[in-house]
Design a protein around this ligand. Structure first.
Ligand code: C2E
Ligand code: MG
Ligand code: MG
Ligand code: MG
Length: 292
């Protein structure tokens, strides 16, 4: 009986592994025609300033509308695209699209608002990376100070010298840098001081349990306090409840993003969202009532 069970387990494991590989292969083959046939789309999630209730930018999140597979999550295709190198042309397209779209909506947001674009380490480490950034900005006619690049700390840990060199060059151009998913990787708090970074984004996993778990609250508070000592801004990601928002506000967190304010949305929906937000905030100013 035990032997039978063991064998079944093995079989199950084997099949699921095959399924994983098949899925990755399918995605790899489909990615190229996806790039050629413009099956990608950017959605945008607004970022909200907790001190003054202004909208201070949005994050571009890529979506893949595959004709037969349907909507494929970036979680499923970004890593495949990284392994094949297809992330580089895809990332160039994302940068161009995001800068162009932002140029049209930026006047509906705070004057310091930025478009935040996720960058893969594979692209960052390419020799053409900095040129790709300036090309995207030039093509959109957007000043560098409106662009923020999000990257995870793994690239800083794996290739610290090259990463710091590139980021320093970008910062000199006026581009802003955010550390994404902060707290999930190695997160040596001390190394932050040597990085050319402007913003820290606290990972959603800590925000999730913020109100119920003392440890997550302690970590979040420590990140906020340390970041502020280093003169960095803090954005909390994945804020879903008003209790989480209130907690973050009390801790002095600078900004938030999450389903509580808005889900990622198409460019058209974003424009409508920003217009109606602007209208209500102007109304609220007259009535002196706080927003959200
Ligand atoms: P990320 O950069 O940390 O993006 C935040 C993710 O959290 C997004 O998932 C977003 O839809 C989701 N999210 C936002 N607010 C909430 C919330 O309140 N609750 C919950 N449960 N989720 C929330 P998405 O769009 O599926 O993207 C997943 C990841 O894929 C991103 O994580 C990023 O690492 C990667 N990614 C997305 N777009 C791009 C891109 O254009 N380029 C690259 N290189 N990576 C991307
Ligand atoms: Mg991000
Ligand atoms: Mg993030
Ligand atoms: Mg995340």
């Amino acid at each position: 009986e035990a032997k039978k069970l063991g064998r079944n387990n093995y079989q199950w494991f084997d099949n699921s592994l095959d399924a994983e590989i098949l899925k990755a292969l399918k995605i790899r083959n489909a990615l190229q025609s996806g790039i050629d046939n413009k099956q990608f789309e950017l959605h945008y999630q607004p970022v909200f300033n907790l001190h003054n209730n202004e909208l201070i930018g949005c994050e571009a999140l890529v979506r893949w509308n595959h004709p037969s597979m349907g909507l494929v999550s970036p979680v499923d295709f970004i890593s495949v695209a990284e392994n094949t190198g297809q992330i580089v042309p895809l990332s160039r397209w994302i940068l161009h699209r995001a800068c162009k779209d932002f140029k049209k909506v930026k006047d509906l947001m705070a004057s310091e608002a930025v478009i935040s674009v996720n960058i893969s380490a594979i692209h960052l480490l390419r020799t053409e990376f900095v040129t790709d950034i300036s090309n995207a900005l030039a093509a959109a006619g957007l000043e560098a100070r409106y662009l923020q690049l999000e990257m995870t700390e793994t690239v800083m840990v794996d290739h610290p010298e090259l990463a710091i060199e590139k980021l320093t060059e970008l910062k000199a151009m006026g581009v802003r840098i955010a550390l994404d998913d902060f707290g999930t990787g190695y997160s040596s708090l001390s190394y932050l001081k040597s990085l050319p970074v402007d913003v820290v984004k606290v990972d959603r996993s800590f925000i999730n349990e913020l109100v119920n778990h003392r440890h997550d609250a302690a970590i979040t508070e420590a990140i906020i306090s340390m970041a502020h000592h280093l003169r960095l801004k803090v954005i909390a990601e994945g804020v879903e409840t008003s209790a989480q928002r209130d907690y973050l506000r009390r801790c002095g967190c600078d900004a938030m993003q999450g389903f509580l304010l808005a889900r990622p949305m198409s460019k058209i929906t974003l424009t409508e969202f920003l217009e109606s937000y602007k209208a209500t905030i102007e109304q609220d100013d007259k009535e002196l009532t706080p927003r959200i």
